[in-house]
Design a protein around this ligand. Structure first.
Ligand code: PMP
Length: 432
């Protein structure tokens, strides 16, 4: 496979952009080698700058649930383009997108639209602090909620491979003041007893607990019923807000996201990715009584020049409309189940110990014996073995996320042909 053009672009990029990329995990640091620069995409496929066709399991890290370039989304964007790019004034599409989001999440009565997942979680935390008058937040080791200061404490995603702090409440990025990190308490995912102990010690000071309802950013981790029960019970008992970060899972795992799938009752929900259909949109929402604390209704300030951008709204709205008209969730589950089963058979035959975690269209192959339920179990994976898997697939035209600690995403454009091509590539790597 010729990758000369990607190599040239990467060399140029490294002289211009830190690490040659505008978001760390794209740099392939966790797997080595040269990242592919992409030139175009269609359906389940990407084409890199050298013209190589790649079967895509990254899906822009989640937004592209319909596959690339769905016609109804493209035409909605084209229509919006004719009407202007940005007004800095309210528009009908914002109302319609807000209606769609709230209809899918009956526990939420108000939603504020922003431009990224980071903005959504950061604003939800400010709101939780403003609403409760408390300062502490709780997050889980290896969960990632974007790059706001308070949340870069024991964070997942690219930070799992980039190194960073390890002590309790140590920042996982340089430049995060210790004073901020100290206001973030870190607990273990799927450890209800640990959470109980944390609340027993500091419960009265805790404004909110933020969590990934299905983790994607340590690789896929599935919450246990006991953990979910403890989250709800303790936040309620101590008057802290429960914030479900559905940036990755919202409108992906079910029409009402993980909240619907798992029967959760969070106080606030954060969205991103799918609700923008590939353009920059995030959102946070909840009960009116809490959300009306946000400016201009209330004293918690939050704003954005490009919030509710009409072109981005058109993309998000068309995506959510397509998902509602022809729900792909059963097909995504069927594809995911078949992929999981096929991978299990190949790895068993090859004698390679793996733990495969999957919820619907999110899947991770951990290179270690299972089960993998916690962050500690995830990070004990054999990352060298993962590199072999990743590069083996890439050489065979399958673009898997370039880190052990990420979810792979299936789209509605993935069908039997793509499934067979994927399994054939894996067979070729391990069984020759
Ligand atoms: N929360 C979760 C669960 C995420 O997966 C991400 C991004 N991967 C974010 C928040 C941050 O979103 P963004 O990258 O759009 O700022």
């Amino acid at each position: 496979m010729n990758t000369q053009r990607s190599a040239e672009l990467f060399a140029r990029a490294q002289q211009l952009i830190p690490g040659g990329v505008n978001s760390p995990v794209r740099a392939f640091r966790a797997v080595g080698g040269t990242p592919r620069f992409m030139a175009r995409a269609q359906g389940a496929y990407l084409w890199d700058a050298d013209g190589n066709q790649l079967l895509d399991y990254v899906g822009s890290w989640g937004p592209m649930i319909l596959g690339h370039n769905p016609p109804q989304v493209l035409s909605a964007i084209q229509e919006a383009l004719q009407e202007g790019l940005s007004y800095g004034a309210p528009t009908e599409r914002e109302v319609r997108l807000a209606e769609r989001i709230l209809a899918a999440y009956p526990g939420c009565q108000r939603v504020r639209l922003v431009s990224s997942g980071t903005e959504a979680t950061m604003s939800a935390l400010r709101l939780a602090r403003g609403y409760t008058g408390r300062e502490l937040i709780v997050k889980f080791r290896g969960n990632y909620h974007g790059h706001a200061d308070s949340l870069l404490v024991q964070a997942g995603s690219g930070l799992l491979t980039a190194g960073g702090g390890t002590a309790q409440s140590a920042p996982s990025s340089a430049g995060v003041p210790q004073a901020f990190a100290e206001r973030t308490l870190v607990a273990d995912y799927n450890d209800p007893e640990g959470l109980e102990a944390l609340f027993a010690a500091r419960g009265e000071e805790i404004a909110a607990v933020i969590f990934e309802p299905v983790v994607g950013n340590a690789g896929v981790l599935v919450p246990t019923p006991a953990f979910l029960e403890a989250l709800h019970r303790l936040t309620q008992q101590y008057g802290a807000l429960l914030i479900a970060d559905e940036v990755m899972t919202g409108f992906r795992l079910a029409p009402g996201g993980a909240v619907e799938l798992l029967g959760l009752k969070p106080d606030l929900v954060c969205w991103g990715k799918v609700i923008g259909g590939g353009l920059p949109v995030g959102a946070y929402g909840g009960r009116a009584e809490i959300m009306e604390m946000v400016a201009p209704s209330g004293p918690v300030y939050q704003a954005g020049t490009l919030s509710g951008n009409p072109v981005a709204m058109a993309a998000g709205l068309a995506t959510l409309e397509a998902l509602a008209q022809d729900p792909p969730y059963a097909r995504l589950e069927a594809y995911g189940a078949a992929l999981e089963q096929g991978l299990r058979e190949i790895f068993t035959q090859a004698g390679v110990p793996v733990a495969i975690n999957r919820v619907g269209s999110m899947i991770t192959v951990f290179f270690r014996p299972g089960p993998v339920r916690t962050y500690a179990e995830a990070v004990a994976s054999d990352t060298e073995a993962f590199k072999r898997f990743f590069h083996g697939l890439l050489e065979r035209g399958v673009y898997w996320p370039p880190s052990q600690f990420e979810a792979a995403f299936i789209s509605a454009a993935h069908g039997p042909k793509e499934l067979e091509r994927t399994l054939e590539a894996v067979r070729d790597v391990y069984l020759g």
